[in-house]
Design a protein around this ligand. Sequence first.
Ligand SMILES: *Cc1c(COP(=O)(O)O)cnc(C)c1O
Length: 389
Amino acid sequence: MTEKKSLQTLLTTTDYQPPEGFAAFPAAIHHASTVLFKDVAAMRARHWQDKTAYTYGLHGTPTTFTLEARLAEIEDGQYCLLAPSGLAAIAMIDLALLKSGDEVLLPDNVYSPNRDLANWLSRDFGIGVRYYDPMLGEAIAELITDHTRLIWTEAPGSVSMEVPDIAAICRAAHARGVVVALDNTWSAGIAFKAFDHGVDIVMQALTKYQSGGSDILMGAVITREKSLNQKIELAHMRLGMGVSADDVYLVLRGLATMKLRFDAHDKSARQIAAWLKQRPEIARVLHPALTDCPGHANWQRDFTGAAGLFSVIFDARYSEAQTDCFVDSLKLFKIGYSWGGANSLCVPYRMKTMRTDWSDAGQLIRLNIGLEETHDLIADLEQAFSHLA
Ligand SMILES: *Cc1c(COP(=O)(O)O)cnc(C)c1O
């Protein structure tokens, strides 16, 4: 057995095999819908699910296989499938594992489009959907029925940032033979080793840190178990989840710097979160590394780092109009969805419309800390605070 590479070295390593007589670091961009066979026998012998060779562009090229192998290795998984967005990866998991009469459990803080998809499956496709308190832990066992097939988790939850006890949820799920999927986008597979905590399926929005460029959409589904991968592979084929070779190349190009970028985002975000915590305008800083954040102890136990994304809750004396004015006054922080790129972003959320049980009266604003100089970002926040009153 070979010694395991450190993550940073792994990220700079490529397994791509260039043609005989040529050597370089980058993987080539292979564009192909049609893949050619040398004769009919070779065509008939080929099965699309056999990933040791090529059948059709949708099922993979040397470029996509290279990215899939690298993502599986980063997460300590075995198999990986790419999808045209993070949301497409979520849909692929749901449609691979759920059928009419089955039931899926989602945390109440789940990424909103995942919730919207589940509600559609419930309304039009006969799939039961129930929401659980993300901090439930092992008590999720009480919600599992004979129809439960899949439990979604997110660590931490989108926007409100609660860090669940993933291992406890997995224990309860596995005791009843239920599969657990984790949206592991926040940790980028760097700061949380999902499979070690019992997760069966890891989903990544490569749109975020893997790309790092705010310029592409892509998702991935990573598994360890062959039978699970085969189910998801069928959904991948049936739904036609093709990805562009050019986009795959850009994600591969981003991987070498991903951990360095992630660590820089982490360092800056923690400094800004600590600065925000002592501001009188802010009631709570929902950053997993701070004690204000529900599930902080789970983060401390299970994670080796934090991403650049966190939220703050303003003191309840500030109205939505006032905090909107704060956001509009920011200059370096731009207003826009998504995260993981070099530029800082800011989005206000109306939590009461997103959650069944949201009681906090203060306005919530989510910050994506980019790669700008930390003190410039703090100065920007400081001048925006002066526009609150
Ligand atoms: C962005 C995001 C997604 C979806 O990714 P897209 O590529 O934008 O579809 C899913 N989950 C989380 C937590 C995200 O932040």
